[in-house]
Design a binder for this molecule. Sequence first.
Ligand SMILES: CC(C)(COP(=O)(O)OP(=O)(O)OC[C@H]1O[C@@H](n2cnc3c(N)ncnc32)[C@H](O)[C@@H]1O)[C@@H](O)C(=O)NCCC(=O)NCCS
Ligand SMILES: Nc1ncnc2c1ncn2[C@@H]1O[C@H](COP(=O)(O)OP(=O)(O)OP(=O)(O)O)[C@@H](O)[C@H]1O
Length: 292
Amino acid sequence: MEKLQTYTENLAILAVRALIEEAELTPKPGLVDIESTGSHHDMSIELMIKSAKSLEPAFREIAKVSYGRVPSQELREEIAAIGRQGEIDMFQATGGVNTHKGAIWALGLLVSSAAMNPGETSLDHIAKKAGKLALFPDRNLPQQITNGKRVKEKYGVNGALGEAQQGFPHIRNICLPVLYDSRSRGIKEDLCRLNTLIALMASLDDTCILHRGGAGSLIATKELASEILILGGVWTQTGWKVLEELSQFLIKCNASPGGSADLLAATLFLDYLYKNNTSYLSEFSKYSLIRK
Ligand SMILES: CC(C)(COP(=O)(O)OP(=O)(O)OC[C@H]1O[C@@H](n2cnc3c(N)ncnc32)[C@H](O)[C@@H]1O)[C@@H](O)C(=O)NCCC(=O)NCCS
Ligand SMILES: Nc1ncnc2c1ncn2[C@@H]1O[C@H](COP(=O)(O)OP(=O)(O)OP(=O)(O)O)[C@@H](O)[C@H]1O
């Protein structure tokens, strides 16, 4: 019983920590970070941190109900109800600003999957099992039109739902390999994470960018991000110059890669599981690496 409590508690703490570390990563093109609010006029770093912390009870509850279970229709709907309560908690904490809706979705599913199989060390399996859960329909989903639904219909892209249902291919095939490859070159951790974000932006059909900036913005974002990678990464002088160009471009068209930010946070969460094998992490001190 005590072990279960420690484990589910730790998963929730790590999910919040991933959100805070994503927000604090600086610089990030178009997104909220420590030095800039990017293309978001109603957000700040303080608001992002407050929002992240407000989500801990929802993640804890998701971990608790998922513990030792397998993906099923019943579990899917239980998680959806908790996720929606998490959204309410977020809006309450932020005074109505959508700081983390997409992140609740991705991290909620991954927390659930990690709790289903305590001790699972394959990040691939955790991401794929989260995808199996997302394949069950949520029959209680409110029938409201969202920004994501609008652009998915208009441009025929997958969006957050498709990414999850496919078992998070961007995390498995791009983020984790890029993050680990960058680290193996001895690059500073912040730059490894930033390069991972850029690799995501070069490939993801981010409905946040499509909704605010249209197809032209998404194409240009992907091109500039790809150029950074071709130039050798954000740590090269020429790569850094294009990164600055990308930031200016996103601000100019008021677009933001919110979906990529969510998947970076989800990658960091999986990375903590890998590094710490959290199943029995008992000495973890709450938010130990998080700035006050
Ligand atoms: C599937 C969700 C994200 C709704 O998606 P939809 O595209 O309709 O909505 P919306 O535009 O409001 O939000 C999408 C968000 O996803 C992120 N995103 C955008 N593009 C992508 C992408 N290609 N891949 C991943 N995430 C993306 C962005 O942050 C964006 O803001 C989700 O909110 C939902 O269905 N929630 C119900 C609660 C639930 O089932 N929770 C279970 C896990 S907690
Ligand atoms: N550091 C970050 N900065 C900004 N957005 C982030 C960050 N991290 C994650 N996000 C994601 O970006 C999404 C918010 O993007 P955006 O404001 O474009 O969405 P929206 O509310 O659908 O659009 P709009 O604000 O135009 O109505 C959140 O759901 C969140 O999950």
